[in-house]
Ligand binder design. Structure first.
Ligand code: UDX
Length: 435
């Protein structure tokens, strides 16, 4: 099929490359010339395991190209809109400027019979509004909303083999045709038995934000238990194991620590709350404000733990392991790790931070921080070591070897990902979160 993908960020670049990998003819379009230049030579503009390989094989097949010229969309019949919906600067709502700009540029080049597919995470009601715009500007085209559930670090796998496909489509024949076309786009996943939920626009939009709200709630639930564990001497990791054995609860997303960050969960729950308030249903999701607060309190708790262990922050040497919001990513958007590192430095601590992939992004955001190329370099002469992003190379560190490099053997495990017994045996003061 002939596909255009508007927006070549974390979502769109992966989608474009994956669609070409599945055999479709794809053009990726973005207003960011630097991104296009990089993708055009097969170079991923961000770290995502598996993406370079898919980009390379798709480019070699001749089925994938990138451009900043929207007119290239005219050659495609199905147009995916995958631009970002960040949080507005002065509130909680989603900033819809990029979605609106993408639709208005795209509509100049859409023809009768084309299918426009929204993938961006949007406030419920957006698809209905955009469908009206399409009806006015290009009544021969149809809109579908097909939310994306990919996780960074597993983005290619999640795109090629998703665990479900959700299509928001209009009623009647146009909707049936849209479902049929999307089933052709995702033919390999559909043939493999992937569940397909074809529904109305509002449900499709809500599936996405409610899934993220549920995941965020699960993480903040266990972090709330960590707060209780901290004052009672209980161990939240054992608690999570024990409740996780109940199949109705499940162990996944019950890892207590510094909480969630990234380009999705934090801003999506805030945008959901903001939209619910607009709809007069703020009470229904007021708990999400609490979920957000619990999450942010964990960052403060880590800063306080460092202060407690070091007897102050001014002049204290802190070796920070991790800057990305999670391992296997270079993404520092709303990263607990970067925020904690910056807050420590602002309070006068002498922070040296490292991350296997995110140093360059962090340096651009926080040029005042000191960065190191390795864990060994980051912790040299440290008074406190702080592990915040659980990269395998950090969780595998040898407490004896690392112990020889630091000034004081104090480690704060912001992800509860180390074996406290092994670190204590090597002479370390070990502090986890909620254990
Ligand atoms: C998330 C959703 O999982 C995905 O479906 C959606 O499409 C986009 O948002 P992502 O942001 O890539 O994906 O990361 P995810 O793996 O969900 O982790 C989110 C954050 O939660 C990370 O900061 C992670 O460290 C944290 N987390 C996760 C915890 O603190 N504890 C856990 O048990 C799990």
């Amino acid at each position: 099929m002939r596909i255009s993908v508007i927006g070549c960020g974390y979502l769109g670049a992966v989608h474009a490359a994956s669609m070409a990998h599945l055999g479709h003819d794809v053009v990726g379009i973005d207003v960011d010339e630097a991104k296009i230049a990089s993708l055009s030579v097969g170079r991923a503009p961000f770290f995502e395991p598996g993406l370079p390989e898919v980009l390379e094989s798709a480019a070699a097949s001749g089925r994938l190209r990138f451009t900043s010229d929207f007119a290239a969309a005219a050659d495609a019949d199905i147009h995916f809109v995958a631009v970002g919906t960040p949080q507005v600067a002065d509130g909680d709502a989603a900033d819809m400027r990029f979605v609106d700009a993408a639709f208005s540029s795209l509509l100049e080049h859409v023809k009768d019979g084309d299918l426009i597919v929204g993938k961006s995470t949007v406030p419920v009601g957006t698809a209905a509004r955009l469908a009206e715009l399409i009806a006015e500007k290009q009544p021969g085209a149809t809109l579908a909303w097909n939310p994306e559930f990919l996780r960074e670090g597993f983005a290619v796998k999640d795109t090629v083999s998703p665990d479900r496909l959700v299509y928001g489509v209009p009623d009647g024949a146009a909707g049936e045709r849209a479902t049929g076309l999307l089933n052709e786009v995702y033919a390999s996943a559909v043939a493999a038995g992937t569940p397909v939920i074809s529904t109305d626009y509002a449900t499709a939009e809500l599936v996405k934000v409610s899934a993220n709200a549920f995941l965020a709630t699960k993480i903040s639930f266990i972090n709330a238990m960590a707060e209780i564990a901290e004052v009672t001497g209980a161990d939240v990791t054992k608690l999570a194991d024990a409740i996780g054995h109940d199949a109705r609860i499940g162990r996944r997303f019950l890892n207590a620590g510094v909480g969630f960050g990234g380009g999705c969960l934090p801003k999506d729950i805030r945008a959901f709350s903001a939209r619910a308030r607009e709809l007069g249903q703020g009470d229904a999701v007021r708990f999400l404000d609490e979920v957000d607060k619990i999450n942010l309190r964990r960052r403060t708790r880590v800063v306080e733990l460092v202060r407690e262990e070091a007897g102050g922050l001014a002049g204290v040497r802190v070796g920070v392991l991790g800057l990305a919001f999670k391992p296997h990513s270079d993404d520092i958007r709303d990263s607990p790790a970067l925020e904690i590192a910056m807050r420590l430095a602002e309070a006068g601590a002498l922070v040296t931070a490292t991350d296997p992939q995110a140093v360059e992004n962090a340096r651009r955001r926080a040029p005042g921080l000191v960065f190191a190329d390795s864990a060994e370099e980051a912790v040299r002469d440290a008074d406190v070591v702080l592990l915040i992003t659980e990269w395998p190379e950090f969780t595998a560190l040898d407490p004896v070897g690392i112990g020889a490099l630091v000034a004081h053997r104090t480690i704060i495990d912001g992800r509860n990902s180390l074996d406290p017994a092994a670190w204590r045996a090597a002479g370390w003061t070990y502090r986890g979160l909620g254990r």
